[in-house]
Ligand binder design. Structure first.
Ligand SMILES: Nc1ncnc2c1ncn2[C@@H]1O[C@H](COP(=O)(O)OP(=O)(O)O)[C@@H](O)[C@H]1O
Ligand SMILES: [Mg+2]
Length: 247
């Protein structure tokens, strides 16, 4: 009975579990506590915004959630697996299989066409050539860029480049889409379109974590986590968030 219970609990494990995460940078004699005791659980299917002003520790926690970096102390359980002490190469494997990234600056490779850009993470994740092309074209179709697959980034508008970056994040059907200031380089109309699209992806079951300094962007998520001086100071649904911002 006991065993059976445990098994059930594992299959219901949260997607992300951060337990007392600290990230401390040493600058000479000074310590910067970029993350100072973060506890956060995110379930499959959630759409969470992490919001805070500049220097509050957003990029630090995003790097940890994204398996780009490990904490100084604390535990990070991703899909039931403790990844807090893995080496770089082990982190890279988890990252490529599990997480789709969307950055403010799109980060498309200038010398590769759109298709090759979208295929690249699939290459790292070990997809076959045929599977890469199929999955990349499917993702490009999803963002409405199927006709642009031959184009190089400089032949695309800013909005198209960001949609290309979204396709790249989606193509491997990751467990988590992690977006760092994804609307930061877009005008307000394109920014709204991108946030609408992230909402659609969430409605389809994708888990999204959105990092932003902008409250109006954070309000497009379903749950908002506010970070200040490396600590979580608010965690609630978006309606509660709106109320406490107004209060
Ligand atoms: N590599 C680093 N070395 C030293 N200090 C850092 C480093 N990265 C971030 N910090 C410091 O940690 C704090 C949090 O930074 P960061 O996570 O980038 O905040 P945010 O993304 O919210 O602007 C800041 O005080 C910043 O200066
Ligand atoms: Mg930052």
């Amino acid at each position: 009975m006991r065993l059976r219970k445990q098994k059930e609990e594992n299959s219901n494990a949260p997607l992300i579990q951060l337990v007392d995460i600290h990230k401390i940078y040493k600058m000479g004699n000074e310590e910067v506590r970029a993350n100072d005791g973060i506890d956060l659980v995110i379930d499959k299917g959630e759409f969470v915004a992490i919001v805070g002003k500049s220097g509050s520790g957003k990029s630090t926690i995003m790097n940890i959630i994204g398996a780009l970096d490990v904490p100084t102390s604390g535990k990070y359980i991703l899909k039931g697996k403790d990844v807090s002490k893995l080496r770089d190469n082990e982190l890279a494997i988890i990252r490529n299989k599990t997480i789709g990234f969307i950055f403010q600056q799109y980060n498309l490779l200038k010398k590769s066409n759109l298709l090759a850009n979208v295929e690249l993470p699939l290459l790292y994740a070990g997809f076959s050539r045929r599977e890469r092309k199929r999955a990349a074209m499917e993702a490009l179709t999803k963002v409405g860029l199927e006709d642009k697959w031959r184009n190089f980034p400089n032949q695309l508008s800013g909005g198209q480049q960001q949609r290309g970056a979204v396709a790249r994040a989606l193509a491997g059907k990751p467990s988590l889409i992690l977006a760092d200031e994804p609307t930061g380089a877009l005008d307000s109309k394109l920014g709204k379109e991108l946030l609408d699209f992230l909402n659609e992806l969430n409605e389809e079951g994708n888990t999204i974590v959105l990092i932003t300094h902008d409250r109006s962007v954070a309000e497009r998520a379903k749950r908002v986590v506010t970070i200040y001086d490396g600590k979580i100071v608010f965690d609630g649904n978006v309606d509660e968030y709106r109320k406490q911002v107004l209060a």
